[in-house]
Design a protein around this ligand. Structure first.
Ligand code: DGL
Length: 271
């Protein structure tokens, strides 16, 4: 495996950019090939079989780009596909769930943890399962928040509509006195300030994107795969989508540390 190859990062669309952003911050020397499945988003309301099929196609595409490791920067795809694809493909693959779960387990003082995510992620029960393996006896409450993804995609990051919906979603978690809340969907770090205000200062908000970047760093170090050459942002970062490349470019530029000049559209069904 070439240590100077890129890391492949994928998501159902734009949300995984919150993970790519953390990788860029924590490992500025690494190159990234990002794929956003903008033609088939959302994954959160699809079946496991479908999300698994999509994930396999994307991994095959990323492997054509000669990546050295893959990050599934999507909670739903991590919940539904990681366990299967890590056995099927001969390349290191990590998801976002274990990293987020590990932090939540360490952070909670009263052993009451809330998890918010898509319907798929919450229905899979994966966060509860993983956290209970790590620390038995935790009370984990999952709450699907399906309207958050479209609100974020509409740019309503600081808006009274988002406030109103968030306060309804979060009321059950508040009534259970969770002291730690996992933002179990890639889009949710973008409405962190709203979630922070509604949950209160004492609740720890866990962003799995941050922890996933730390996990990737240790993985690359452990396998001797840390990049040792310098490149410019244009050389380092490459973006692909399955639809609406220009819209993706604009959004990516608004949240990433450097301007995204180009996004290429590919036909992912060919892989
Ligand atoms: N990226 C997805 C996740 O983290 C959210 C968007 C979708 O439903 O596809 O679960």
């Amino acid at each position: 495996m070439d240590r100077n190859a890129s890391v492949g990062v994928f998501d159902s669309g734009i949300g995984g950019l919150t993970v790519a952003r953390e990788i860029m911050r924590q490992m500025p020397g690494e190159s990234i090939v990002y794929f956003g499945d903008t033609a088939r988003v959302p994954y959160g309301s699809k079946s496991q079989d479908t999300v698994l099929r999509y994930s396999r196609q994307i991994i095959r595409f990323l492997m054509t780009q000669k990546v050295k490791a893959i990050v599934i920067a999507c909670n739903t795809a991590s919940a539904y596909a990681l366990e299967t694809v890590e056995k099927e493909f001969d390349i290191p693959i990590i998801g976002v769930i274990r990293a987020g779960a590990r932090t939540a387990v360490k952070a909670t003082r009263n052993k009451k943890v809330g998890v918010i995510g898509t319907e798929g992620t919450i229905k899979s029960g994966i966060y509860t399962e993983v956290m209970n393996q790590m620390r038995p006896g935790l009370e984990v409450t999952g709450k699907p928040c399906p309207l958050f993804v479209p609100l974020v995609e509409e740019g309503l990051l600081h808006d009274s509509v988002t406030d109103e919906i968030a306060s309804r979603y979060l009321s059950e978690l508040k009534s259970r006195f969770v002291d730690t809340l996992v933002l179990g969907c890639t889009h949710y770090p973008l409405i962190r300030s709203t979630l922070r205000r509604l949950m209160g200062e004492d609740v720890v908000l866990v962003n799995p994107a941050y922890e996933t970047a730390i996990e990737l760093k240790s993985l690359l170090e452990e396998k001797g795969l840390v990049c040792d050459i310098e490149r410019t942002p244009e050389e380092k970062y490459h973006f692909y989508v399955s639809d609406l490349a220009e819209k993706f470019t604009a959004f990516a530029t608004s949240i990433l540390p450097s301007e995204v000049r180009e996004t290429k559209k590919i036909n992912i069904e060919e892989y």
